[in-house]
Design a protein around this ligand. Structure first.
Ligand SMILES: NC(=O)c1ccc[n+]([C@@H]2O[C@H](COP(=O)([O-])OP(=O)(O)OC[C@H]3O[C@@H](n4cnc5c(N)ncnc54)[C@H](OP(=O)(O)O)[C@@H]3O)[C@@H](O)[C@H]2O)c1
Length: 431
């Protein structure tokens, strides 16, 4: 696709009937460059009666070569803020300097759309409240499941968005890695390397693998569904690192698969949540998501089985979603605040992580005991076994009835200390 970035000398009369929108762009990385490549395609935006002209961009390194026609760039936030914008598209990589700049823009009444989930997870409620006070708009559809346009669908629907429970795959990179383990029986490191090579990972891939990125998105979703602030560091989070192709073979033999899940439900005791790999029955809608796809399954007061899925990320789809958000921000800007539903900023009560079933990979130091002996051993430590797999080399997989992670950790530590048996536990959801 050829990139023709509009410049100041382009005559507005060249495309009659279109309103030219001055765009400030925060960041010209993978997403920012895609915005700069797609934005000038006025033909596709004609239906909105708009065309975009990028009048300034903030970057860290002004001399870097960009894969788009370069707008005027600066590395100085104050210089960027002196620009006159109809809307600002934010695609910086971190919370700062994005937070300070977005606050200043919203404070001046400039609508902002963002893809920065770390920013929205940390300061989303505060910024949304500021936008409303200043009669402007903050939109962040691109910050969670960028290619699945579902957040906007909830924005003006207080009853439908009364969600009580969500189960989701929100990190496409982790799903890609686990799908490779399952389908190609490769090692974890080989799958991660492939994800890196295809440009699927965050600049720091540990955010994907550790579950940190998913925990941030859960914080964001909790805010959108009116659950209040659920700090990411309070969410029980397990890395997908350490899973092996054999774990998937065992899951398959149990007509299940393993997905990098985010699970949360609102209970009387507070928000009960976890992030990490989990065994799911093959008939669960999320089980069918392979490769870098993402999806979210919701239940609430008026919805019992709502499922959205699609590409979770990628520069082009993220840029398209940002530009759609910009169109929406501009269309709603003068008429009313950005959201009909305004989440009240409050810190949510965090309950313990949910009680779930478990699949425990058990590695024995010597000869593998009989299945009945393994069952007996686990039972001695108050663990109820529902299935023990056939042995593969010196390993068996034990399926356990639901219990808390604290009770499980206590029992497995005792087993490890007494019998020199190594274990690796994966949560298992029944539904
Ligand atoms: N990539 C995706 O598919 C995707 C999908 C959904 C959401 N997102 C989110 O979108 C945002 C951008 O992602 P990306 O993949 O485009 O990241 P990226 O390639 O790392 O680009 C980040 C941009 O921010 C600029 N930047 C970073 N620190 C800065 C500072 N202190 N001052 C000025 N500029 C600074 C960088 O400038 P230089 O180029 O000069 O270094 C770069 O242009 C992130 O928040 C990400 O989580 C990404």
């Amino acid at each position: 696709m050829s990139a023709v970035l509009e410049t100041d000398d382009v005559s507005e009369s060249a495309v009659p009937g279109l309103r030219t929108i001055k765009v400030g762009l925060l960041g010209l990385g993978q997403v920012g460059q895609a915005v700069a490549r797609i934005a000038p395609e006025a033909a596709r935006l004609k239906h909105a009666g708009l065309r975009f002209r990028i009048t300034g961009a903030l970057v860290r390194d002004v001399n870097k070569v960009r894969r788009c026609q370069k707008p005027r760039v600066t590395s100085n936030p104050s210089a960027f803020l002196r620009g006159n914008y109809d809307v600002v598209i934010e695609a910086l990589s971190n919370v700062e300097p994005a937070h300070g700049i977005v606050r200043r823009l919203l404070g001046r009444g400039v609508p902002v759309v963002t893809a920065n989930k770390a920013l929205v997870a940390t300061h989303g409620l505060e910024l949304a409240a500021l936008a409303i006070r200043r009669g402007t708009t903050l939109r962040y559809e691109a910050s969670a499941l960028a290619g699945v346009p579902f957040l906007g669908a909830f924005a003006a629907r207080p009853l439908v968005s009364d969600v009580h429970r969500l189960t989701a795959v929100v990190n496409g990179t982790s799903n890609f890695i686990l799908s490779k383990l399952e389908r190609e029986q490769c090692t974890f490191d080989a799958a991660l390397e492939d994800a890196r090579r295809l440009g699927l990972t965050e600049p720091d891939a540990t955010r994907d693998v550790s579950g940190q990125d998913s925990a941030d998105k859960l914080t964001l979703l909790a805010a959108i569904f009116g659950w209040g602030t659920v700090p990411a560091f309070r969410i029980s989070t397990q890395s997908i690192h350490g899973l092996s192709a054999r774990d998937f073979a065992i899951a398959r033999s149990l007509t299940s698969t393993i997905k990098p899940l985010v699970f949360a439900k609102r209970t009387a005791a507070g928000i009960s949540a976890f992030v990490g790999p989990a065994v799911l029955p093959q008939e669960h809608p999320l089980a069918s998501l392979v490769g870098a796809l993402s999806g979210i399954h919701l239940s609430g007061s008026f919805i019992s089985d709502l499922f959205f899925s699609g590409p979770g990320a990628g520069p082009d789809i993220t840029a398209a979603t940002l530009l759609d958000d910009a169109v929406e921000a501009l269309c709603t800007h003068t008429a009313r605040p950005g959201r009909a539903v305004v989440p009240t900023p409050h810190v949510a009560t965090i309950a313990s992580a949910p009680t779930t079933g478990w699949l425990v990979r058990t590695t024995f130091p010597g000869v593998v005991p009989q299945a009945a002996t393994v069952e007996q051993l686990f039972s001695t430590h108050h663990l109820t076994t529902t299935h023990v797999s056939d042995a593969i080399d010196n390993q068996r997989w034990v399926r356990l009835a639901p219990l808390t992670s604290e009770a499980l950790d206590f029992a497995l530590n005792r087993i490890a200390a007494t019998h020199r048996i190594q274990t690796f536990a994966i949560r298992a959801l029944q539904e």
